[in-house]
Design a protein around this ligand. Structure first.
Ligand code: MG
Length: 370
């Protein structure tokens, strides 16, 4: 999958980067440059924008893609910013500084100083195992360039022409440097990170977590002859089943209570009163998915669930894969995020005598920033 389409907490990296630019009041239009095969489905990939948005196919090198994008910029534009799709954290303040400096001096880059000591190192690939330091570069001379980089329209046009016959430029300021024009440096932002590695993606995803909530749930049903023993929609071979107004699916009932509890949204009895004939014999999976829809409407989603079933017999273990799969499908999470454990009650109490079945659940929910 192209990096710009990686999910970062409910929106793709591309959508978040576009949205960050779109949120700036001085941005009147956006040109998204995408690999040619992504252009046909681009409007869905980019999502809705306030500013006018056009999509064009990119080229082989970065400067070829910038040339293509620049060609789609309207004639009225006086300042053009070039931004990496891999920098979704850009702030309004950084964009403000870049625009102001580009207006003033024609070309501007945001940059941050380095805090590590900087070494120039041998680049011989064959000698990678024995790299050597060639020299220490005074770190006050070294700044890390970010995007958006901003240009007066004529300056960028000339820079793109200057870069046509050159090697690949890793940023647009390099093109301006090649033509001998000054590039002003403004204060960047360490949070305006470029998402490059899988570790960066993991770190970026946590940025949109607004809150995490844990919930617990518990349920017990008496086991009686003539009823079907159902756990998370899976039928277990047993001469008895749970007595109840609904199907008595203790796993679904405990999980539903845990989810509602984590979201502070009441409990299963309030949402599905057993005085209401609508819920007579209602499947537990159905109640679970209704409760989940209610908390999702408030922005919550499930991270994981840990389920314990207390049952004297039959053995739970052969049915665990099917139970996990059913729960994962309803919760919209990977099977690995659903744990199901079977316990007996060691022959003690009603559960131990086979007169009842119980379940305990712990669930974790998160809510993300829009
Ligand atoms: Mg129940």
């Amino acid at each position: 999958m192209p990096k710009q389409l990686v999910d970062l907490g409910g929106k793709t990296m591309l959508q978040r980067s576009v949205a960050a630019c779109d949120a700036h009041p001085d941005v009147d239009e956006i040109v998204v440059v995408l690999p040619v095969d992504l252009v046909p489905g681009a409007s869905a990939l980019v999502g809705p924008t306030r500013a006018v948005c056009r999509v064009v196919a990119g080229g082989e090198r970065r400067q070829d893609s910038v040339r293509a994008g620049f060609g789609a910029v309207s004639d009225e534009a006086t300042i053009v910013l070039v931004h990496d799709a891999a920098r979704p954290f850009v702030s309004r303040a950084v964009i403000d500084r870049v625009i102001a400096a580009a207006v003033e001096s024609g070309a501007a880059v945001p940059a941050v100083p380095v805090s590590d000591t900087v070494k120039r190192v041998t680049t011989d690939a064959a000698g990678a195992a024995r790299r050597r330091v060639l020299e220490t570069i005074p770190r006050e001379d070294v700044w890390l360039a970010q995007t958006p980089q901003g240009f007066q329209r004529a300056v960028l046009a000339a820079a793109i022409d200057a870069g046509a016959g050159r090697a690949e430029a890793t940023d647009e300021a390099r093109l301006v440097e090649w033509m001998g024009h000054e590039v002003q440096v403004v204060e960047g932002d360490v949070n305006n990170m470029k998402i490059t590695t899988p570790e960066d993606v993991q770190q970026a995803r946590t940025q949109w977590v607004e809150a995490m909530r844990v919930g617990t749930g518990y349920d017990l049903h008496q086991l009686v002859p003539g009823r079907v023993l159902v756990l998370a929609g899976v039928v277990l071979p047993c001469e008895k089943g749970p007595m109840g107004h609904s199907d008595g699916d203790v796993v679904c009932h405990a999980l539903t209570d845990a989810i509602l509890g984590a979201a502070g949204a009441g409990d299963i009895g309030q949402m599905f009163p057993n005085s209401d004939p609508q819920w007579k014999d209602a499947p537990g999976l159905d109640l679970l998915s209704r409760a989940l829809a209610a908390v999702r409407a408030s922005g919550w989603s499930v991270i994981n669930a840990d389920v314990t079933v207390v049952l004297e017999h039959p053995k739970l273990l052969p049915h665990v894969p099917a139970i996990r799969a059913n729960l994962a499908a309803v919760l919209g999470v990977a099977t690995a995020a659903v744990s199901v454990k079977g316990k007996t009650n060691e022959g003690v109490d009603a559960v131990g005598r086979g007169e009842a079945i119980a379940s305990h659940v712990v669930v974790l929910l998160t809510r993300r920033h829009a």
